[in-house]
Design a protein. Sequence first.
Length: 604
Amino acid sequence: MSPRSSLPLLGVCALLQLTACDDPEPQPPVDTSPRTVRLMQTSDLHTNLFPWDYFTGKADPQRGLSKVATLVKQARAENPDCNLLIDTGDTIQGTPLGTYYALVDNAPQHPMAVAMNELRYDAMALGNHEFNYGLGVLNKFKGEASFPLLGANIRHSADGGEAFTPYLIKDVCGVKVGILGLVTPGVTTWERPENIPGLRFDDPLETARVYVPRMRQEGADVVVVAIHSGPDKQPTGSASNPASWLADYADPTKWADRGNLPGENQAVQIAQQVEGIDVLLTGHTHQPIPKMLLKNGQGQDVLLIQPNRWGSHLGLVDLSLVHADGRWKVEGKDSRLVEVNASVQQDDRVTQLTQGHHDTTLTYVSAKLGTTRAAFPGGYAARYVDSALADLINTVQEQAAEENGHPVDFSLAALFTDEGMLPAGDITLRDAYSIYIYDNTLYVMEINGSILRRALEHNANYFAQWNPSAPPDASKPESAKVGNVQNYNWDLYSGIEYGYDLTKPVGSRLTHLRFQGADVRDDQSFRIAINNYRASGGGGYSMFKEGTVLWTSADGVRDYVARYIQSHPNLAPNDVNTCNFSLTPDLYGYYFQASLGPVKCSAP
């Protein structure tokens, strides 16, 4: 072959070599082996960072995100490459730590953002209490968090546009997991309008109908609904028994209504009615729900879980996935709660990062406010009698209303916890906060006698029906109440005279109702002091929504309590205590008089 004739051949070889060099390297096959995606959940942390009760000034080994952090890291180590950490709201409010870093010193990075960033949260669904301090505080927290705050049903009032990120689709070890965030629409009922300007809160069920198909269309292999809302019913049996949560939800003998506001708790309805959901991570109802299995319209199982409140549990959901027909499919699902207890240690890193915030809060709540000449007992001993403690709160509310130009005829208040009380002697901010642990604001409302009478009858639902021939255990005062009715749903009134016969069935227990010595008429008009939660129908008191709101406070009732104690040195129970209600049988005498001795209002 001549040199000339060889040139074309060399050119072809060079071209072939160049083409071969441009070819990409052979790609390894996609790993389609079965795998498990783990979801880790917290909810209703309410700024409980440390295992500490700021209201009692005592350690509590069964709470705190710094302890949950240890469980998170253990759970991640068990499934290191395929996991997500999600919170379902009510995160930045609830303890004096939350109050301090919202209202006293909001300049530093929020301690909850510090801790949650360290734990590498993937997303957080907004809760109703996120709005308690207004959008300025919330948006600052949003900017400090390294994870998105989700709320698909929170919309701009003007144009219906999305006010927060609605959902997130995240690649987790090759699986696309979609997380839709929803919040109870009760926000508009409970929250002051100035804290949610320009926002509306749409129906979560209808919102899920829109977004779940959209997430599937965008390639989500798994759809998780992170919702600050829970089941609208609870087991008639022991809610602490995991088996009770697996009962057929349609069986009326197994479930009792929670007394919700309309649409407040729709988690079950969303699971049953919206196709395409695999898991609901729920919150709001403050219950440990290890597992509920619900059927959707296509007969598929939807798993629901809730990890209680205050960092008492870490929720774990394990999803088994297989690859078929070009996509990942959930083949199995399971869930459980891991309890925070004395054996769980605080995580060193989270503790180190937030110790200063905790110490600052301890100093804040230890400030002396005033003094008392005698103790104001709390708990059941104060609920089962017309107590000085409840009358103190009512006196505070009445004075606050009058000072703001809205004098009232009477007031009502609840004792939220068993621990809240005022000792004899020096009173600190912590003591004052202990008797009013929530950030409720004060309303003045106009209602009529019919509303009042119905509210009082509903109030008596707190108590079980008394059988005189077989009375409950005299050593267990909690046995007199209905187990699933919260203490904050038993109101104590001042300014009216009323009584109950607890041997009667629910709905017919009110024995008398008088105002200034005369029987109350249904058409009689009253002005009352009431907190925002109850005024909006919270706790099943929907009759109050028929009233007219005349004034709302900018400050919380808790702050009014602190100011009253500060401005009334040497406060004594007799300064505020009046006798105006009775219970038959006399529960105070039955349960407490032998051990605590007589009190002024034991027999009104």
